[in-house]
Design a protein around this ligand. Structure first.
Ligand code: HGY
Ligand code: MN
Ligand code: MN
Length: 410
């Protein structure tokens, strides 16, 4: 009788990941598969087929989170839950998010192959819109499931083409109306997410498994500067209300505010829109994003709360508006779950570590004992087509996931 972990198939898992990587494939072995898109629905149908073949019941909730459930011997007991997200960045890789969904599926397939019925049901979830790149902010599906923010609160968020999140969600639910509907929210016995590290630590230290202890905090802002458009050839520089020049002043001041000689703080401006966006008309409208991260709550609060005053002091000619989209404080994972993962990693080279990236797991923390398992990312590359983790590294993570879930389910 082989154990569930021994029934984890490296080849089957890799084959499934490579089939999914074809859906939204971009140059350089990358993937661009936006949430709530036709590509997303095609990937979901592929995953549904594999789940059904493993004997799982499929369902969908009002946030379009997709659920797979394998019964437990005591089916009334709270299930153990694993999963991640299927949406990618616009220039994403083949493993961010989707690996955690496929790893959960692989555990269901291994349960089926091993003929094992765990005491507790095992559920796998694919969360809606973790990335927040098509519709900001990220983690909408897990926030709605956790009762952190109602899904209706995001209805008016627009994507770059002016599509409302509410309409994209309705389209997804209509396209998947054949799937049984499930109530949004429930309390699992534990939540455990497998994910690529998206950083260089495990590879640099020659390790196989990251036993994740927590996730640093993230705050997302959008800054809007409003000036006056004018003729680039005739309008004197004195007296212009140039939103681009004021954006430069603001970002230079923010760089000074966010300077951290220890290089722990993460400050990123990466999405900029300019209007009228014509080379010979002075810009009268600029909108830019701020992504601020830090593991220390007090630093995250003090630096984030200083952003508005810093911008207003630096901007010379334009109106300023600041909006905070996303406010997720640092979380620590449950000690029992972390210990369970560390024990399940026996035989592999592992270390405890925090996550620099945010994950849906952070919204599970207030709901149930939660944790994560990392596998190495080659050169720490992620949110980039060159993202890579080997078939054997991915299988090691899934075997640790299987052992952990069986331990938590018993
Ligand atoms: O941005 C993040 O940290 C996550 O990878 N979406
Ligand atoms: Mn991710
Ligand atoms: Mn990501």
């Amino acid at each position: 009788m082989r154990s569930v972990a021994e029934c984890v198939s490296e080849a089957r898992q890799w084959d499934r990941l490579m089939q999914l990587a074809k859906l939204g494939a971009i140059a350089g072995d990358g993937v661009n598969r936006p949430c709530l898109s036709a590509l997303d629905r095609e990937a979901r149908r592929l995953v549904i087929g594999w789940a059904e073949a493993a004997g799982a019941a499929v369902s969908i909730d009002a946030a379009a989170n997709l659920w797979f459930r394998v019964k437990g011997a005591d089916d009334s007991a709270a299930p153990v839950l694993t999963g991640s997200h299927m949406d990618s960045q616009p220039e994403g890789g083949r493993f961010d998010g989707i690996y955690g969904v496929v790893a959960g599926l692989e555990v269901l397939s291994a349960l089926h192959d091993a003929g094992v019925v765990p005491k507790r049901a095992v559920e796998v979830v694919a969360w809606t819109n973790e990335e927040g790149s098509r519709f900001a902010p990220g983690c909408m599906g897990s926030m709605a499931w956790a009762g952190h923010t109602p899904i209706a609160a995001f209805a008016e968020v627009l994507d770059a083409d002016g599509v409302r999140f509410g309409d994209a969600l309705a389209e997804q639910l209509a396209a998947e109306a054949d799937l049984p509907r499930r109530v949004l929210g429930h309390v699992p016995h534990a939540y455990l997410e497998a994910h690529i590290e998206q950083g260089p630590v495990l590879e640099n230290e020659g390790l196989d498994i990251g036993v994740v202890t927590g996730i640093q905090g993230s705050r997302w802002f959008t800054v809007t500067l409003t000036g006056e458009t004018a003729h680039a050839g005739t309008a004197p520089l004195a007296g212009r209300k140039d939103a681009v020049q004021d954006m430069v002043r603001a970002i230079n001041a923010l760089n000074a505010l966010m300077h951290d000689p220890e290089d722990v703080l993460r400050f990123t401006v990466a999405r900029v829109t300019v209007a009228p966006n014509s080379s010979n008309s002075v810009a009268n409208h600029v909108r830019f994003s701020i992504d601020l991260r830090h593991p220390d709550r007090d630093v995250l609060l003090s630096k984030g709360d200083a952003i508005e005053a810093t911008i207003r002091a630096a901007v010379r000619d334009c109106g300023v508006h600041l909006h905070e989209w996303f406010h997720a404080m640092p979380v620590a994972f449950d000690a029992l779950v972390v210990d369970t993962v560390e024990a399940a990693a026996a035989g592999y080279r592992s270390r405890r570590m925090a996550s620099g990236a945010f994950h849906d797991a952070q919204f599970a923390v207030p709901i149930a004992p939660s944790g994560m398992i990392f596998v190495p990312s080659h050169k720490g590359i992620s949110h980039n087509p060159a993202e890579y983790t080997s078939p054997s590294q991915l299988a090691a993570g899934t075997r640790v996931l299987a052992r952990s879930l069986m331990a938590l389910a018993s």
